[in-house]
Design a protein around this ligand. Structure first.
Ligand code: NAP
Length: 277
């Protein structure tokens, strides 16, 4: 039996992960803005499920969530930074308040939680930190500058943090989904009023998402099973792509990046001092 702390356990990936973890016999701290939304799960598993009032935009909530989990269960084997939301807007359409809240929710908030859990995992000499990233962090679309940027920033920060704490047995995995059938395109996707100038780019992507809503290819229950199987992996991956869309987009991006790197090598490579100087 392991102990997990899962943010955003109310719906979507978070609820699927929580239900699957409880079904597998694990202990779960459910960090949510509204504990009522998970009252059914806590009532069903009062010994192994703990609801914690948690908002990613409130800095004090990070240490409190870790402390409440330790008080109840005594350890944290896996932190799943799942909670987040999208912002669909060109940079020009994005307000300061939207920019700040999205970065706080998708980057700073998860980073604060990671910072708060590291001393616990370092003491335990084990632990696994899993972040719900997005394919937008690697192969982005018009309209997802802030959202994809925040997810990419978290992944880059964890690339370094994983090296900081590798000697203490702490592992990191960025889970990279394409479109999955959750509330994401609905209530978890904020829109800006569209300027006519962005109809052909952001508007086009927005229409694509609207059309896909309810028919996304990804199954969050299957994703939850794949993510929780990482608990048994001796060497979990730093990046786990989820679903066919993410695989296709990631592979295309890798190929185009390699081609561009080679095409411009003669320009960029000779900029070092001569060897020995
Ligand atoms: N579904 C996809 O296609 C997809 C693709 C790539 C990445 N993702 C990522 O997957 C993660 C989960 O999203 P989902 O698809 O499962 O959507 P979802 O069903 O809408 O779930 C979003 C969750 O995030 C929580 N949340 C939002 N802001 C929060 C805050 N400030 N503090 C605490 N919790 C907050 C929500 O809580 P409330 O119930 O209180 O609103 C909800 O539990 C997100 O990080 C998202 O970026 C999703």
């Amino acid at each position: 039996m392991k102990t997990l702390l899962i943010t955003g356990a109310s719906t979507g990936f978070g609820r699927s992960l929580t239900e699957e973890a409880l079904q597998r016999g694990h202990q779960v701290a459910l960090a949510v803005r509204n504990p009522e939304a998970v009252a059914d799960l806590v009532a069903k598993h009062p010994e192994r499920a703990l609801a914690i009032h948690f908002d990613l935009t409130k800095p004090a909530d990070a240490f409190r969530a870790i402390n409440e989990t330790i008080e109840k269960f005594g350890a944290i084997d896996m932190l799943i930074n799942n909670a987040g939301y999208g912002l669909l807007a060109s940079l020009e359409e994005t307000t300061d308040a939207q920019l700040e809240r999205n970065l706080e929710t998708n980057f700073t908030g998860p980073l604060r939680l990671i910072r708060a859990v590291i001393p616990v995992m370092r003491e335990q000499k084990s632990g696994h930190i899993v972040n719900l990233s997005a394919i937008a962090a690697y192969a982005n679309h018009a309209g997802f500058a802030v959202y994809g940027g925040a997810k990419a920033a978290l992944d880059a920060a964890c690339d370094a943090a994983a090296q900081d704490v590798a000697p203490y047995g702490i592992k990191f995995t960025s889970v990279v989904p394409g479109p999955f059938r959750t509330d994401f395109i609905g209530r978890s996707l904020e829109h800006s009023p569209r300027m006519p100038a962005y109809e052909a780019t952001v508007g086009k992507f927005s229409a694509f998402l609207e059309k896909m809503n309810g028919r996304q290819p990804g199954d969050p229950d299957k994703a939850a099973r794949a993510i929780l199987d990482l608990l048994n992996a001796e060497k979990p991956p730093f990046r786990l792509l989820l679903g066919g869309y993410a695989y296709t987009m990631f592979a295309k991006k890798l190929a185009s990046q390699e081609a561009e790197m080679k095409a411009w090598k003669e320009v960029g490579l000779p900029t070092d001092f001569p060897p020995g100087e």
